[in-house]
Design a protein around this ligand. Sequence first.
Ligand code: NAD
Length: 261
Amino acid sequence: MQLQDKVALVTGASSGIGRATALRFAAEGAIVGVLGRNRAALDETVAEIETAGGRALALVADVADDSAVRDAVSRLVDMHGRLDVVFANAGINGVWAPIDTLLPQEWDKTLAINLRGTYLTIHYTVPHLKRSGGGAILVTSSINGTRVFSNSGASAYACSKAAQLALVQMLALELAPFHIRVNALCPGSIATDINERTEQRDLESIGIPVDYPQGQVPLTEGRSGTAEQVAELALFLASERSSHISGTPVWIDGAQSLLIG
Ligand code: NAD
C-alpha cells in the first residue's frame, strides 16, 4: 500500500484522469477527497471507491471559485485531520480558435479554470501540507505547456498549461524547505471526454486538419493513452517512490511531443 492512511485531494475527479487517479490512490490506501462540479458523477466515483473497499469523500466545488475551494478543503481536513497529497487536475480545453476570433470571455474562462483553479487549489491546501510535515503536489499540465501544436488555435489553453509549469517550478523551490514536492504531469492525447468537449471554431482560416491533434502517437500506432496510465504516473509522483523528484514536468505521451514543437 503506497499511500496507506494518507489523505489526498483530487480535483476534476468525476471523470477521466482525475477519476482514474482517485480510484488508484484509494486502492493504495489513501482517503481521497474527490472534488468536482457534478454531484452525481462525484457520488459515482465515491461509490466505486467504496465498493472496492476504499475511502472517499465527495466535495462539490468549482475550482475557479475562491470560497468554494476553501470550504471544500476545510471539509476534507476537518473530517480526516490532515492532508498529504494534492492533485490539481481539473481543467478544460476551452475554445480553440484563431486569436482574432477568440473572445475575451473565452480566454478568461480557460485561464480561470486551468490556472486560477490550480492556484486556488494549492493556495488553500499548502497550509495543511505544511502542518502534515510535508507532502506532494501534482499538477496536470500538458505537452502543450512546452510544445506548441502549430495552427491548433489553442492559445489560451497552451498559455494556461505553460503557466502551470512555471508555477510548479516556482513552488518546488518555495516549498522545498517544508518537504513538499511539486511536480507536473504532461499528458499527450489521452482518451477522455475532454477532447469531445473542445469547442473548435474558425480553424479553417489557419489550416488545421479536422482530427488534429489526435492520431499522432508513435508508441501506439496513433492510439491515445488511457486515464489509467496517467493515474499510474500520478501514484508514482504522489508516493515515496519519487521522494527525490521535485520541480519536474513528466511527459506521458508515447513520444507524441517529439513530433511537434
Ligand atoms: P475530463 O474532461 O474527463 O476531466 C476534467 C475534469 O475537470 C472533469 O471532471 C471536469 O468536470 C472537471 N472540471 C472542469 N472544470 C472544472 C471546474 N471549474 N471546477 C471543477 N472541476 C472542473 O478530461 P481529462 O483528460 O481527464 O482532463 C484532466 C486534466 O488533464 C485537465 O487539466 C486537462 O487539461 C489535462 N490534459 C488532458 C489531456 C487529454 O488528452 N485528455 C491531455 C493533456 C492534458
